[in-house]
Each structure stands twice: as C-alpha cells, then as structure tokens.
Design a protein around this ligand. Structure first.
Ligand SMILES: Cc1cc2nc3c(=O)[nH]c(=O)nc-3n(C[C@H](O)[C@H](O)[C@H](O)COP(=O)(O)OP(=O)(O)OC[C@H]3O[C@@H](n4cnc5c(N)ncnc54)[C@H](O)[C@@H]3O)c2cc1C
Length: 386
C-alpha cells in the first residue's frame, strides 16, 4: 500500500493548519466560556475553500473526496475542536444530498454551502429516538401537493443557524418493516412552524450550535423529498458511512493536540529536580499516545480512501470511528494528568480537549453502536444500527 499523500493533499494540510492556527486560538476561551461563535470565521473559511471540499465542482465545490475533508477536519480539530466543529459542521447533510438528491436539489442547495451563503444540518435524533433511529415519530404527511411535517427533534447541530435541514420523518408509519417507514424531507428553516431552542450547558464543543427543534404543521413542496420515499433508513446508514469518517479524523486531530500540548508541558515542567520528560512513566505515556494516534489515523485513512473509491466497508468505518474516539478520550485524559492542576483550568487547552473529546464517543453512532456493527459483521446478524 502507498501511504504517501499527494502534493495537493500535503498542501491542503498545510493551508488548513495555517488557517486554524491563525484564526482559532485567540478566541477559543471566549467562545468556549460564552457558548457562542463569530460566523465571520466560518465565512472566511468558506472564502478560502475549506468548507465542503467533497462537494462536486458542478456545484461549486472543490470536487475532492471525503479523504480531503477528513484531512481538514484533523487539522482544524488539532487546533481548537469547538471552533472546528462549528466551521465544518455547516455542510452536515450535504453528503446525503450529493448521494441521493436530484440534480435540481443539488444545484439549488449545495453551492451556497461552499460559498458561505448558507448553513445546513440534519435532524434525526428525537427525544425518544436516539441510537434506535427507527423509533423517530416525526411525520411527513402528503397533502395538496405538499408534505406537512410535525414533530420534534433533539440535539440538532446548527438548529439555530441553519438555513435548511434534512429532517428524518415517518412517511409510511404502517409499513411492517421498521426500516421502510422513513424518508428525508428538506425543510427551509424560514418555513412557518419552525422553532429552534438553543441547548446550553454542553460539556464540550461549546462554540458549536446545538438546538431542540419543534416542527409544527410545516408545509414544504413534495419535491423536497430527498432520496426515495421509504428508503430513509438505508440512506441514513449510507450517510453515516461517510460522516463517521469525518468524526474519526476529528478524533485524531484532538488526540494529536493532546499529545502536542503534553510534549511541550513535560519538557518545560520540572519536579524532583528534573523535567517531567525525564521520567520513564512520562516517556511511556507519550509513546503510547503517539502510537495510538498513528494507528487511529491509519484506520481512518484506509476507510476514507476506500470510501472515495465507492468501496464502503461498514465495519472498517465503525472501527475507525470507535477506535479514534476512544483514543481521543484516552489521550485527552493523559494530557490533563501530565499537566497536573494546570490541566484542570480552562485557560489551559488540555482542559477543553478533555471536555471536547467525549462527544466523539456519542454523536453519529455511540461507541456501543459502533462495536455492535463491528461484531455483527464478524459474527453475523443484522448490523443496520445507527
Ligand atoms: C453536541 C451534540 C450534537 C448532536 N448533533 C446531532 C445532529 O446534528 N443531528 C442529530 O440527529 N443528532 C445529533 N446528536 C444526537 C446524537 O447523535 C445522539 O445523542 C446519539 O445518537 C445517542 O442517542 P441518545 O442521546 O438518545 O442516547 P440513547 O440512544 O438513549 O443511548 C444511551 C446509551 O445507551 C447505549 N445504548 C443504546 N442502545 C444500545 C444497544 N442496543 N446496545 C448497547 N448499548 C446501547 C448508547 O450507546 C448510550 O451509551 C447530537 C448530540 C450531541 C450531544
């Protein structure tokens, strides 16, 4: 196998690193404390071409793959996860439009995500439907040439900021198969009946917007169906097989930041008349972190490289997502430990890394669901879990 990145990919990494280092650190503490963000930073990222690089050139994107989007995620998350999350989550759902949308839908909705003229999100989770997405009871009922959408959604990224959302709705609630009941409906958020309530007090990625959504008698044209009616569950699984790669890359970025902060700290800090780096216990921690990061990166590289060649390996994607998130949590924990009391204070980046890491084991498939997918692929059985 050839693990060499192309010159273009190396340039993307360098440019993403430079942008993140230039824009993120100065305002990181402010956004984390105040649970806010300055969208001018997202606009700038769009102008410089970092947002939606996987969107095809026909729709104003760079036409790169998910792999390149992963590379940007890793670099941005290595600098400041909360801000990275806000900038790069603005296209969350574009993967699905690109996979299943009509040409007209792609022309209408995708270019503005790239140019910084629109933000989107994807609303699947509900108060009673988390890991088991088939329990989603938001309905979309056909009436007079429209879909009428009613229901509520929980924990929706960009709920307060999005111009439009892809909403996972029941369109055929009586279908005997729970995997054939749902469809994706595109809902512009300026439609009467849309309400978003910001969720405050998140543990981490506090610069990223999260909301509870209420959808009351929302009427959209039937042409807003994205994909096929009744195929929403399978389309969602295909979508996650792309977006989970991005989460794996986020996790590797975060773990890398934890390592970089730790190296700097243990080299500078002295106890017992010697630098922390001189103790073998510390050296082993650094060695373990570096090895785990390398292994996690190799997993997501392989999974993303294959995904860009339409070779989706469901279990490999789950392995990359689960393992990268796990080592991100472990590396952030060790980083705080090596910082001692300083690591417990929010002015120190490692404190934020520790709080930011946990979401990686929860969203877009909890670690338990990822392991269920892996084990069912190995042992047999239905692995269609979110
Ligand atoms: C910051 C943030 C952003 C988010 N963004 C979005 C978004 O943009 N769009 C969206 O739709 N959702 C979003 N989510 C929701 C997220 O995807 C869900 O929280 C996640 O899927 C888990 O669902 P739940 O919280 O209902 O937990 P539950 O499903 O109630 O699970 C609770 C625990 O039980 C475990 N569990 C459940 N079933 C099983 C099983 N069969 N076997 C073993 N263990 C099991 C889970 O792994 C978990 O540990 C976001 C969440 C957060 C916190």
């Amino acid at each position: 196998m050839d693990f060499m990145l192309t010159k273009e990919q190396q340039d993307i990494i360098q440019a993403a690193r430079k942008f993140a280092k230039g824009e993120f650190p100065e305002r990181a503490v402010e956004f984390d404390r105040e649970e806010t963000f300055d969208l001018a930073i997202w606009k700038k990222a769009c102008e410089l071409g970092f947002v939606g690089v996987f969107i095809g050139q026909k729709y104003d994107g760079a036409g790169y793959g998910f792999f390149e989007h992963c590379l940007i995620n890793e670099e941005f998350w290595a600098v400041e996860p909360g801000m990275a999350a806000q900038v790069l989550s603005t296209t969350f759902g574009a993967e699905l439009i690109q996979l299943y949308g009509t040409d007209e839908q792609k022309q209408t909705w995708l270019p503005r995500l790239v140019t910084g003229d629109a933000i989107m999100g994807t609303a699947i989770t509900e108060p009673e439907a988390g890991c088991d997405v088939t329990q989603a009871v938001t309905t979309a009922v056909k009436k007079e040439g429209t879909y009428v959408v009613n229901g509520s959604k929980m924990f929706i990224t960009n709920g307060n900021l999005a111009d439009f959302l892809l909403v996972f709705c029941q369109t055929d609630p009586d279908n005997p198969s729970r995997h054939k009941r749902h469809s994706f409906i595109l809902v512009p958020t300026n439609t009467p009946g849309y309400q978003a309530i910001k969720i405050k007090g998140k543990m981490g990625i506090r610069a990223s917007n999260t909301a509870e959504i209420v959808l009351k008698d929302i009427r959209v044209p039937q042409t807003n169906l994205v994909g096929e009616e009744g195929e929403g569950f399978y389309e969602l699984m295909a979508f996650f097989n792309r977006t989970r790669l991005h989460i794996a890359a986020q996790a590797v970025g975060l773990a890398r930041a934890a390592l970089e902060e730790s190296i700097q700290h243990v080299k500078g800090r002295k106890q017992f008349g010697a630098s922390l780096a001189s103790f073998q216990v510390t050296q082993f921690k650094i060695a373990e972190m570096a090895t785990k990061i390398r292994a996690a990166r190799n997993l997501y590289y392989e999974a993303a490289w294959n995904a860009d060649r339409d070779n989706i390996d469901h279990a490999l994607v789950a392995m990359a997502k689960w393992y990268s998130a796990k080592i991100a949590v472990e590396c952030a924990d060790e980083a705080v430990q090596m910082h001692g009391g300083y690591g417990y204070i929010d002015e120190y980046k490692v404190q934020r890394l520790y709080r930011n890491a946990k979401i990686l084991e929860i969203y877009e498939g909890t670690k338990e669901i990822e392991k269920t997918i892996i084990s069912k692929t190995i042992l047999g059985g239905n692995s269609n879990e979110s």
